[in-house]
Design a binder for this molecule. Structure first.
Ligand code: HEM
Length: 399
């Protein structure tokens, strides 16, 4: 019998209990009445993500959680919305974008990441303890970095942050979601118009390069800018906040990282594996009947790839429920796998490494300002995380 998705979890850092009890591939009842699947085993998940018989085309996908939006039949992706395209259309966009997200470009952005990190920490220190780590640190750093990469001027950055938060909320009403998309596309359109207008416009970012290269239409560029702004900061900010949260509740692992910043690269991989924040949004629909793990996913059926559960598969990662910053978590699926594997993964890794180590260095006595159970989590959002993370430092106030 197909069951709906339950999201109760034993701790804020663990995947939903109900999903962990399931077989590696099992039936799932979707809110729109579709009976599809959920993959929770590592091997099955990886196999589906690598298989060209599965599509990300938006009009074919059913949504596993949410309210009214889950019942709407989605329309095909507009030009430029490449995450919802299959090869060869998808390949064309990935080729045009890959150099902007490769290790060399990310190395070039490192000074900006350090600067935005230091400025956010300065502002946090100046504002005094306690503070909300989400609004003072985890959101602004990645948002400013992706705006820098694209060449979005400072005055447009706030509106973009607000709109992407609405877009990524699966519980947003359709009207609010559409409003948010319109707000971002309006900002990007304005920027493109300024870029085309001539030499006074900012020339450094990805959008300026794309305009100059002339490979893409205005509609494609606008949508592409929207996709990159939307995907480029929420996951990283969620990882920063949730990563900090788990470290503040695990003094042993936190002390290890603080004592050995050279561990940061490995630690970031393990945090990505352990927290795997893209919880329900990685989905595929079968384009043909496909036999996997002894079962047939029929043409037209949607499968959710439950990355947080796959990354806790004991067959792949020994003692998967233990956060061990020294383990090699290589091969984790937190960035997905196959042709749609995260375009921004090098950037995200650099941001997490720089921001987390700088935060621990700047505030060696950082602690939660409320009991862990009172930190509000985003249970049913596509990107899991916390809405707020109240933190404190310095002297403990007298009772
Ligand atoms: C795709 C995770 C940061 C841009 C993905 C996918 C995952 C993921 C799991 C695959 C989705 C699928 O297969 O359906 C993450 C995590 C991040 C992060 C955990 C942070 C810790 C970023 C950043 C960017 C970005 C900083 C910068 C723009 C994208 C894009 C795609 C994508 C454009 C779609 C790729 C495609 O369809 O070809 N991400 N991401 N991500 N990510 Fe990320």
């Amino acid at each position: 019998m197909a069951q709906p998705l339950e999201t109760d979890r034993p701790t804020p850092f663990d995947p939903p209990v109900e999903l962990r009890r399931r077989a590696p591939l099992s039936r799932l009842a979707y809110p729109d009445g579709h009976v599809g699947w959920v993959a929770t085993g590592y091997a099955v998940t990886r196999a589906i993500l690598a298989d060209p018989r599965f599509s990300t085309r938006r009009e074919l996908l059913h949504q596993p959680v949410g309210n009214e939006r889950a019942h709407e039949r989605p329309t095909p992706a507009e030009p430029g919305i490449f995450p919802h395209m299959d090869p060869p259309e998808h390949t064309r966009y990935r080729r045009l974008l890959s150099s902007h997200f490769g290790p060399r470009r990310v190395a070039g952005l490192t000074p900006a990441i350090r600067r935005y990190t230091a400025e956010a920490l300065d502002r946090m220190a100046a504002g005094g303890s306690p503070a909300d780590l989400v609004t003072s640190f985890a959101v602004p750093v990645p948002a400013l970095v992706i705006c820098e990469l694209l060449g979005v001027p400072a005055e447009d950055r706030h509106a973009i942050q607000a709109a992407t938060a609405v877009m990524n909320d699966l519980e947003s009403t359709p009207e609010r979601a559409v409003e948010a998309v319109m707000s971002i596309t309006g900002t990007v359109r304005g920027l493109l118009a300024r870029l085309r207008a001539g030499p006074a416009a900012p020339q450094d970012g990805l959008l300026a390069h794309a305009v100059a290269a002339g490979d893409l239409s205005d509609e494609e560029l606008t949508n592409l800018g929207m996709v990159l702004l939307a995907t480029g900061h929420l996951p990283t900010s969620s990882m920063l906040a949730l990563g900090t949260f788990v470290l503040l509740t695990d003094p042993g692992e936190r002390a290890r990282l603080a004592a050995g910043p050279e561990l940061a690269e490995r630690a970031v991989e393990e945090l990505l594996r352990y927290l795997s924040i893209l919880q329900f949004d990685v989905r595929r629909t079968a384009l043909a009947d496909v036999e996997i793990d002894g079962q047939v996913i029929a043409e037209g059926e949607t499968v959710v790839l439950a990355l947080p559960v796959a990354n806790r598969d004991p067959a792949r990662f020994p003692a998967p429920d233990t956060l061990n910053l020294e383990r090699s978590a290589v091969g984790h699926l937190a960035f997905g796998h196959g042709v749609h594997q995260c375009l921004g993964q090098h950037l995200a890794r650099a941001e997490l490494r720089i921001a987390l180590t700088a935060l621990l260095e700047r505030f060696p006595d950082l602690r939660l300002a409320v009991p862990a159970a009172e930190v509000p989590t985003r249970e049913r959002m596509a990107v899991y995380g916390v809405d707020r993370l109240p933190v404190a430092w310095g002297a403990v106030p007298a009772e």
